[in-house]
Structures are given as structure tokens and as C-alpha cells.
Design a protein around this ligand. Structure first.
Ligand SMILES: Nc1nc2c(c(=O)[nH]1)N(C=O)[C@@H](CNc1ccc(C(=O)N[C@@H](CCC(=O)O)C(=O)O)cc1)CN2
Ligand SMILES: Nc1nc2c(ncn2[C@@H]2O[C@H](COP(=O)(O)OP(=O)(O)OP(=O)(O)O)[C@@H](O)[C@H]2O)c(=O)[nH]1
Ligand SMILES: [Mg+2]
Length: 436
């Protein structure tokens, strides 16, 4: 698979549809149109053409055709689009004809975007933003992904990298021109100020975990004793019968997840087995899983029924006590909220509270860092800057300080994919659809 092959793929959905979009990219794109669409249309003008089989000349479909040549110097970026009718037989016939040409092949997943990256049309952070746009299920996720596609993270990283490279240039100049091998006083103050500035800006970016949470969704686990009303609440929040509800204690064993959109924020509601000691091995496994999920959750709703000593809540990062079955008498000590999932009483208040908690933990899509890859690279850069600063202040070897600054620039460069990212490219682009 060469990156200068001419590739094609269906870029629209995989099912019968009014129109189906086939993308073609590479140096032979023009020849495809000459062989199948009766010649090259004017660049970037949609025209209606009859597509023909290149060997038999048989008409295959009436299509809207787009020819988008790359820069004169480089036909590798030539592109074409065939908007054909979305019928299954038509699609198959056109794909077969394309495959018969011999000078183009089916694209791999994400290969069009990978070429845009390799041709410098977009940086790696923008590629990830594009992937996030396709995966976005809520408004806040879409907003965050659009900002990243628009270059917000990449531009910030390039700014930090420029400053770090300026520091490196000053250090190397000091190495070359000062016979004592140290940095003149006044220059050292400037260098430390520049290092502190980048270190603090990166620190603020990595401290905000809202971006990652927003991509992954906020996990809210429903925990509590058997019969507390967990599954009833899950069904009420999901607005459909997802989990079995019954008066029999120990009904739920498996962990059941439902993805919800609460005020534009992605929230995953997780129903679990009622926490109690049980001789039933299957139920006991359910209880073990319930505790594990509660421990990993961003938020646990600890459901307290009226008629029971709910026992000790599980270990949790963040926990809200929710009194259940408010339609029944009974005291429930110090609950944050009261609901009756069976009647709907109190649910708007609970949902509003969840939206508030989600907003506080995820932000509204304005974070810079959105992936662990970004975080790790920036934390490595921060560590190198801290070590460089200490060497300068303590009068350590200038060569070592310069090397730490060089490492910091390299780590920041990973954000936009300037350096050291080959090994993760396959993983990233294989997560794209075919035709993207
Ligand atoms: N994007 C797209 N692809 C499509 C269609 C479509 O409507 N839109 N088609 C839908 O069936 C089929 C192709 N047939 C088409 C027929 C007419 C026009 C059209 O735009 N006609 C313009 C004049 C075009 C020109 O100036 O050459 C018109 O009639 O005003 C487009 C597609 C399959 N592919
Ligand atoms: N009156 C009243 N009954 C409720 C309410 N919510 C749930 N119940 C009843 O309480 C019983 C248990 O409800 P579930 O939702 O199955 O409880 P659970 O916590 O999932 O139970 P396990 O899966 O066994 O841990 C069922 O009979 C429900 O109909 C409520 O708001 N009011
Ligand atoms: Mg249940």
C-alpha cells in the first residue's frame, strides 16, 4: 500500500440511499474521470455526467461529478468525487468499474485523512478533532471537536514550542559565544521568565481534565441496596425499559449502561446489582462488579430506600445520596435529593443536578487537552522545563539545560505530530471509517 497510489472509497453511509458519495484521491484521479465520466470537467464545478464502464462503455449511472486538482506541482493531491445514486446494484457496478481500471485501489480506513495529514493539510491534533466530530453525540462534544479541528490545540502547542525553541536558541548562543560557558545575568532572567510562562500555561492546560471527560462521557453509577429502585431510575432516565424491575431483591446482576444526552453533555448511566452479601454466586459476582464500577465512576448516586438501613456506600470519587420511593412513608437520613422514580416525582430536580455536576466536571467544550496522548506529551514537556530551570538556577552544565529544553520542544511537537508519532498513526487512522 503506497501513499502515492490512487485510492477510492464510498464516503457516505453503507446502505441503500438516494445518493452515495465515492471519493477518489491520488495522481490518477483525473484519468479515472477521463475513462469513466467522459473527460475532465472544469475544476471545482459540479457537473452531471453519465458514468460508463471503462472497458464495455456500458452506462452505469447518471452522476454528479466533481474534479478537484491539487496544486500544479503535485498531482498526488488530485481529488475527484462521484455522487451516484445510492442503490446497491449501482454502487457495486461503479466500485467494480473503478477496481477494473488497474491504476487505483480501494482505500484503507482513514486513508484520505492520513494523506491530508502527510501532505501537511492538517496537523495531528486537527485529525483527532475530525475523528471527534464524527464521534460527537452531543452539542458540547461537537463544539469541542470543532475547536480542535479549527486548530485551537495545535496553535497553542505551536506557540509553546516556538517559545521553547527561542529559549534553546539563546542557550546555544551562550554556549557558542561565552567563554565561561554560562548565561549572562540579564539574559538568564529572560530565559527563566520564558520557561516559567510556558510551564504555567501548559500546567493550566493539563490541569483541566474536562476535555477528556467530555470525549469519553461522564459515568454516573446507580448503587444501593437491593430493591432501592436503581433499575426503575435507570429506565426513567433512559425513557425506555432497559433493565428488569421487580419486587424480588437481587434482580439485577449484570452492569447495564445507557448513554444519555443531559443538556448537551454525554452522560453514561450505569445500573448495578444491589449491594449485599449473597450466597448466590451469580449475584455475588454482580455485587463485585457493582463495587468496581462505583469505584471507577465520575459520580455515584447512592440510592437510599425508605424501608432499609442502606449500609455503607461503596468507595467513590464523588457521591450523591438520593432518597428513593418518596411516595412511600419512611425517613431517609441526610439525602441530597428525594425522588420517586416510579411516579417521576423529583426527577427534574435530579436531572438538573446531574447536568450541573456534568457541567462542572466536563466544562462546555472549551478545554485544550482532550486526549491522554496530549496530556502525557505536555506533562513530559513540563518535567523537562522544570529540570532545565533547576539546572540554570543552580549553575549546572549549560549543555544539560539545553538538552532538557530540546526534549521539551520535542514533547510539545508530538501534539501536532511534527515528531515521533509514527507508531501511533496506524492506531489513530484505523479508527476512522473507510472513505474518510
Ligand atoms: N449530489 C447529488 N448527487 C446526485 C444527485 C443529486 O441530486 N445530487 N442525483 C439525483 O438524482 C443523481 C445525479 N443526477 C443529477 C441530475 C441533475 C443534477 C443537477 O444539479 N442539475 C442541475 C443542472 C446541473 C448542471 O448545470 O449540469 C439542474 O437541473 O438545475 C444533479 C444530479 C445522482 N447523484
Ligand atoms: N412505590 C414505589 N416503588 C418503587 C419505586 N421505584 C421502584 N419501586 C419498586 O421497588 C421494587 C424494586 O425496584 P427495582 O428498580 O427493581 O430496584 P433495584 O434497586 O434495581 O433492585 P435490584 O436490582 O434487586 O438491586 C420494584 O417493585 C419497583 O416497582 C418508587 O419510586 N415508588
Ligand atoms: Mg435492578
Amino acid at each position: 500500500m503506497r501513499s502515492d497510489d490512487t485510492i477510492f472509497a464510498i464516503a457516505s453511509g453503507h446502505g441503500r440511499a438516494a445518493v452515495c458519495l465515492i471519493r477518489i484521491s491520488g495522481p490518477e484521479s483525473g484519468r479515472v474521470l477521463e475513462r469513466m465520466a467522459g473527460g475532465l470537467p472544469a475544476p471545482r464545478r459540479a457537473v452531471v455526467r453519465i458514468l460508463k464502464d471503462p472497458s464495455s462503455g456500458e452506462p452505469l449511472d447518471q452522476a454528479l461529478v466533481l474534479w478537484m486538482p491539487g496544486p500544479e506541482s503535485f498531482t498526488g493531491e488530485d481529488q475527484a468525487e462521484l455522487h451516484i445514486h445510492g442503490g446497491l446494484a449501482t454502487r457495486a457496478a461503479v466500485l467494480r468499474a473503478l477496481g477494473s481500471l488497474g491504476h487505483c485501489r480501494p482505500a484503507q480506513a482513514g486513508e484520505f485523512t492520513r494523506r491530508a495529514f502527510l501532505h501537511g493539510r492538517m496537523d495531528l491534533a486537527q485529525v483527532e478533532g475530525l475523528a471527534d466530530i464524527i464521534d460527537a453525540e452531543t452539542e458540547a462534544q461537537r463544539r469541542q471537536a470543532m475547536r480542535q479541528l479549527g486548530g485551537r490545540l495545535g496553535n497553542a502547542a505551536e506557540g509553546w514550542r516556538d517559545t521553547v525553541l527561542q529559549v534553546l536558541a539563546l542557550l546555544e548562543a551562550s554556549l557558542d559565544f561565552s567563554d565561561e560557558g554560562d548565561v549572562p545575568e540579564d539574559l538568564e532572567a529572560d530565559i527563566l521568565r520564558m520557561i516559567d510562562g510556558v510551564r504555567d500555561e501548559i500546567g493550566r492546560a493539563v490541569a483541566d481534565r474536562g476535555g477528556e471527560r467530555l470525549r469519553e462521557g461522564l459515568t454516573v453509577v446507580l448503587a444501593g441496596p437491593p430493591n432501592a429502585g436503581k433499575s426503575t431510575l435507570l429506565n426513567a432516565l433512559a425513557r425506555r425499559d432497559v433493565a428488569i424491575v421487580s419486587p424480588v431483591a437481587g434482580t439485577t446482576r449484570d452492569v447495564i449502561e445507557v448513554h444519555c444526552d443531559l443538556g448537551g453533555l454525554p452522560v453514561i448511566i450505569v445500573d448495578t446489582a444491589g449491594l449485599r452479601e449473597s450466597l448466590d454466586l451469580i449475584e455475588q459476582e454482580g455485587v463485585t462488579r457493582a463495587r468496581a464500577r462505583a469505584q471507577d465512576a465520575d459520580l455515584v448516586l447512592w440510592l437510599v430506600p425508605p424501608d432499609d438501613q442502606p449500609g455503607e456506600p461503596p468507595q467513590a470519587r464523588h457521591l450523591l445520596r438520593v432518597g428513593t420511593k418518596a411516595d412511600l412513608p419512611g425517613s431517609r437520613q441526610d439525602c441530597d435529593l428525594m425522588i420517586a422514580a416510579a411516579t417521576g416525582e423529583g426527577l427534574p430536580g435530579l436531572i438538573a443536578r446531574l447536568e450541573q455536576e456534568a457541567g462542572a466536571l466536563m466544562g462546555q467544550g472549551d478545554a485544550l487537552v482532550t486526549r491522554e496522548r496530549h496530556r502525557r506529551a505536555l506533562e513530559r514537556a513540563q518535567d523537562s522545563l522544570v529540570r532545565a530551570r533547576a539546572l540554570l538556577v543552580d549553575g549546572g552544565p549549560l549543555e544539560l539545560a539545553a538538552e532538557e529544553v530540546r526534549l521539551a520542544a520535542r514533547s510539545i511537537g508530538e501534539i501536532t505530530g511534527r515528531v515521533d508519532v509514527e507508531d501511533m498513526l496506524d492506531r489513530l487512522f484505523s479508527s476512522f471509517c473507510i472513505g474518510k
